[in-house]
Design a protein around this ligand. Structure first.
Ligand code: NDP
Length: 510
């Protein structure tokens, strides 16, 4: 059935919203309907300083290095603030502050008192949710819809969840004697800056450890805002320290002799460097690295929902997602239908201003990452895969990439094997369950996967054979603080979230 929508008088109408998929299968064309009027989130309520120091021992201090770098908005290439660049002397100062706080205050505090501070941080994040969401979108390029509805609420949820465990550790590990490790060195990437900081800080505090954390160079602002909030919360000085800077700052944390645990999320390449660096030491480590997840569509799947799952799987957060469903496997007899629906849906995606509530795909996080993505697109074309991109307009300034897919991809193509970390999907087909299991597992990574089918038995059969840490069935990219997250093979080891996430910050004697 053809649907014809009347334009609102006040709107400049062009693109037809696809809704939940009904009416897509057929002659309805996107780009011929409605265009949304801009719905910009206000930035008036946001306070960002011109210059940020390091957060050490409960105070913002100038870096001993005397050096600073700019953080820019990837959607307009304008400078937002100046950020301190921590040297190894600054990191040493932060580790000393963390050790001091651990020995004198945090490790001696009753568990339930520790829990109260963590609850307070959770509540304060909720109170300032809008400010965090806007800053996250400005600094990192992600859409306000995602930072508002995913990143910030999940960050608060992590603090709430782990606050609840602080005084129940002996019940979490019956018969064991859980004991904190000491100082945790934590290094987070640029794709979920606040959320990854929450994933790291909340379990560390709940288990009685103190923290030195480094955000990624391109996205330091929400971690620094979190430091301001922590200062206001009255958390004892030195329990959480934030050192900003580039890879060298991260390396100084990893190599510091008085750090007891390293928690890292980022590339497999840096994960390997970290593993080498700490080999032979007694540092505990968790590595959450890259991924190249298979998203599998069986011929009995609810296809319209599956198409939404494919879109969410690869285009969520511009594809800057370690667990992104970047390899799509469609069962051969529904492949043409799925690909047609997928292309239609891609046409409806709005790429543009991250602060516009209509935007589906925001800015690519940095110029370097855009170059990486464009390079992979070039490689895909040269390898002989069929290239398709939506035809949406892109803003003049900033870093942008249209939703992209490649058809006729073979297992040996680099675009099917390497993590692109952008909105680029590699599509393959299969005939049998055995074939898709083999293809899905034929990757150096093992972080996540998705399966779409009408049959519960098929879900259990296939998920049991996929070698991936997290597998979603008839959904994708769903996260919950109580659910452990982590990978196999080159996707790293150790789990974050849930009880497993607590264990990573404890020694469990006896
Ligand atoms: P990195 O692994 O370099 O960055 C992750 C974090 O590690 C950042 O805070 C970074 O600092 C820091 N870091 C860099 N070098 C070192 C080091 N030698 N020792 C300790 N810490 C270090 O990722 P990139 O930003 O370079 O992204 C490159 C690729 O990695 C992406 O294209 C993507 O494929 C993948 N990636 C995967 C992520 C995941 O969640 N699995 C997350 C991010 C990237 P800084 O940013 O300040 O340099």
């Amino acid at each position: 059935m053809k649907t014809k929508l009347k334009p609102l008088k006040t709107q400049n109408v062009k693109i037809l919203s696809p809704g939940n998929g009904s009416g897509i299968d057929g002659s309805l064309k996107f780009n011929e309907g409605w265009e949304y009027a801009p719905a910009l989130e206000s930035t008036g309520h946001v306070s960002i300083k011109d210059t940020y120091g390091l957060f050490i021992g409960g105070k913002f201090v100038k870096p001993l290095s005397g050096k600073y770098f700019d953080t820019i908005n990837p959607a307009n290439e304008q400078r937002i603030a100046r950020i301190a660049k921590a040297s190894s002397a600054d990191v040493d100062k932060a580790v000393k502050a963390a050790r001091n706080a651990y020995v004198k205050v945090w490790s001696k505090m009753p568990d339930n008192e520790r829990g109260k501070y963590i609850y307070r941080i959770a509540r304060m994040i909720q109170e300032r949710a809008r400010e965090f969401a806007v800053i996250e979108s400005m600094d990192g390029g992600k859409t306000i819809r995602e930072s508002r509805d995913v990143d910030v609420p999940l960050a608060a949820a992590h603090f709430f969840y782990y606050a609840g465990w602080a005084d129940k550790l002996k019940y979490a590990f019956p018969g064991r004697k859980p004991h904190s490790l000491g100082v945790a060195g934590q290094i987070v990437p640029w794709n979920f800056p606040l959320l990854m900081a929450a994933w790291k800080i909340a379990p560390a505090l709940a288990t009685g450890n103190t923290v030195v954390i480094k955000p990624a160079e391109t996205t330091s602002l929400t971690c620094l805002k979190l430091a301001e909030l922590i200062q206001e919360s009255g958390l004892p000085d030195g329990v959480v320290n934030v050192v900003t800077g580039a890879g060298a700052t991260g390396a100084a944390i990893v190599n510091h002799p008085d750090v007891n645990k390293i928690a890292f999320t980022g590339s497999t390449e840096v994960g390997k460097i970290i593993q080498n660096a700490i080999a032979g030491s007694d540092k505990k480590v968790t590595l959450e690295l890259g991924g190249k997840a298979a998203n599998i569509i069986m011929d009995d799947a609810p296809l319209d929902q599956a198409v939404e799952g494919i879109i969410n799987g690869i285009y969520f957060n511009q594809g800057h997602v370690c667990c992104a469903g970047s390899r799509l496997f469609i069962q051969e007899d529904v492949a043409n239908t799925v690909i047609r629906k997928l292309k239609d849906r891609m046409q409806s995606l709005i790429v543009g201003d991250p602060l516009d509530k209509n935007t589906d795909i925001g800015a690519i996080n940095s110029k370097e990452q855009l170059n990486t993505i464009n390079n992979y697109i070039k490689i895909g074309v040269e390898e002989g895969a069929s290239f398709y991109q939506s035809s949406c307009k892109l803003p003049d300034k900033g870093y942008w990439c249209r939703p992209t897919l490649f058809l006729n991809v073979s297992q040996s193509h680099r675009i099917a094997n390497e993590e692109i970390f952008g909105p680029v999907l590699a599509v393959q087909t299969f005939r049998t369950v055995e074939e898709v299991i083999e293809k899905a597992n034929n990757t150096p990574y093992g972080l996540s996967a998705g399966i779409w089918t009408d049959k519960g038995a098929k879900i259990f059969h296939i998920t049991g054979k996929l070698r991936a840490g997290v597998i979603w069935a008839n959904t994708y990219n769903k996260f919950d603080p109580s659910s452990p997250f982590g990978g196999y093979k080159e996707s790293g080891f150790g789990r974050e979230g849930g009880l497993h996430g607590l264990a990573a910050y404890l020694s469990l004697a006896g």
